[in-house]
Design a protein around this ligand. Structure first.
Ligand code: CA2
Length: 154
């Protein structure tokens, strides 16, 4: 079965416990359930992970890249590392599977330091501001475009 990686960065394990006005009330387990359902509709399986460590996210992107043959792509919410991590941007550039950047909140309607992303230039697409539904939208987008990327790798 084709695989979609869903990678979540720092503090997203706390989802649903604080700042509901910004991030909603859904928990990370709810996010995982939404992803599994969205992927199932495309006949894909989900590898869902969260880490508070930049290096773990980089290692997982490399792992996803190595599994290109069975991978549709990666949905990545890198949390605050989005705005700080050149290394994560480089890791996305280094792999050939498509990566969709997701943010629960509309980062462009928030503080100016959230307007810049080191990841966006390396990503196949971006989904911001749709809350947890954004993960499902990203998975739909991946499923619709993955063949284009697979053909380009041949
Ligand atoms: O909107 C998003 O998804 C963000 O990636 C969330 C990050 C933030 O730094 C980005 O600018 C935008 C923050 C994740 C922290 O998540 C929490 C959720 C609930 C309670 C505490 C933290």
């Amino acid at each position: 079965m084709a695989k979609i990686w869903v990678l979540n960065g720092p503090n997203l394990n706390l989802l649903g416990t604080r700042e509901p006005a910004v991030y909603g009330t859904a928990t990370i387990a709810d996010v995982e359930a939404v992803c599994r359902q969205a992927a199932k509709a495309h006949g894909a399986d989900v590898d869902f992970r969260q880490s508070n460590h930049e290096g773990a996210l980089i290692d997982w992107l490399h792992e996803a890249g190595r599994s290109a043959a069975e991978t549709l792509g990666v949905v990545l919410n890198a949390g605050a590392y989005t705005h700080t991590s050149l290394a994560l941007g480089d890791a996305i550039k280094a792999i050939t599977v498509p990566v969709i950047e997701v943010h629960l909140s509309n980062v462009h309607a928030r503080e100016p330091f959230r307007h810049h992303s080191y990841l966006s230039p390396a990503c196949a697409g971006i989904v911001v501001g749709f809350g947890v539904a954004g993960y499902a939208l990203a998975i739909d987008g991946l499923a619709r475009t993955a063949k284009t990327y697979a053909d380009a790798r041949r």
